[in-house]
Design a binder for this molecule. Sequence first.
Ligand SMILES: [Zn+2]
Ligand SMILES: [Zn+2]
Length: 232
Amino acid sequence: MAKHNGHIGAASDQTAPLSDVGTAAAASTPAIAASEPQAARDARENRHKYFMNIAIAVRLRANCKGNRVGALIVLDNRIISTGYNGTPENMVNCLDGGCYRCANRDKSYKSGEAYDLCICVHAEQNAILAAARFGIATAGSTMYTTMRPCFGCAKEMLQAQVRSVYYLHEWNPSAKDDVLKTAAQTAEYEKLMIRFPGGVHRLDVPDPDVNWAVSRKTPASISLDRHGTVDI
Ligand SMILES: [Zn+2]
Ligand SMILES: [Zn+2]
């Protein structure tokens, strides 16, 4: 099919097979332009929301008994990598009992604990590692993730020179009943957070599957910032 201004003529291709079904009526029907979905307007007017909604779609493949997370890395407004959480390739999935820690997370290991025993790869890690695997530079990029990065992912993102972070749901470092340890964890976590030159920002995007994706709701610790409402 002919190309117009560099775009493949997808619309003409789609109508071609229907040529023998109500041809006259179809020809006189005006183009479908009357009602633009709100989501389309949001996507066009705010790239942060556009990318976060794609991260939410990536999350659909998450395979973990804990939180389900989707992430993408964006450079120059282009998606260069995606990731979701689950066990390493060719290993038994977390949902099928492949990760001992996640399989016992309600009994022995609480949310945020015993990551050194967990074989699940986090969404942000998978996005960084996919970029590494395919030789894609991540320096100066932006990470969109459906959950605030954990301690480990934050370190790795800094070393990959991720510049800015936008996240959807809260996550806080915590050692449960150990107040002193929690305070130390929070302080160390903050040391990492302030190293992102473009900052760490929470976005306000509706999440239709929040109850499925987030196992333990963490109250927002910081307010939304202006980056969530203005275009880039
Ligand atoms: Zn898991
Ligand atoms: Zn993580």
